[in-house]
Ligand binder design. Sequence first.
Ligand code: FMN
Length: 176
Amino acid sequence: MAFDTKAFRDALGCFPTGIAVMTAGSAETSHIGITVNSFASVSMDPPLVLWSIDRRSRRYPYFAEAPGFTVSILASGHKAVSARLAGQGEHSLDGIALVPTDLGPPGLADSLAIFECARESVQEAGDHAILIGRVLKFSRNDGAGAPLVYFRGRYGALAQGEPPEGLPGRRATDGD
Ligand SMILES: Cc1cc2nc3c(=O)[nH]c(=O)nc-3n(C[C@H](O)[C@H](O)[C@H](O)COP(=O)(O)O)c2cc1C
């Protein structure tokens, strides 16, 4: 029986994720970006993160060869930017509000967090490649508001729930 790729993709979409924009490039070659939801943490020591990129993407050679990349975790107000950098061939950052970083590729302004990464490894995995980055610098912007969420092929919002049972957590009513 043939594997139903469309049904597989739809089932994977039941896993809610955030959205990140990966940027790479240098002052000589203009910077590019791509919208992804495959971002994940890997290791605390050393600090490693990963994401995967479709090897058929026009952006693949660029990211696979770049010495590093910057991860911007998008806020709910970034929906239009996310949609734009997910467009076919739409990798240019022209007109997008950016913030400079120490290592090179800029981050997106008003992101929830930014991770500046050196490329640790690129591993082929089927039609994608897994890019692992070593986090050299990071920053958090708790004033950026709610995250942009992706679920079942649509953008959504996070419903703030209870902390997991047995784990310490804070409620909105907790004092400082
Ligand atoms: C919510 C969302 C998440 C995505 N996540 C990934 C991803 O993790 N990896 C990837 O290679 N492409 C991902 N894409 C697709 C790219 O953003 C983009 O559409 C694709 O690279 C366009 O093809 P091109 O690079 O050949 O122009 C995602 C798209 C959307 C809308």
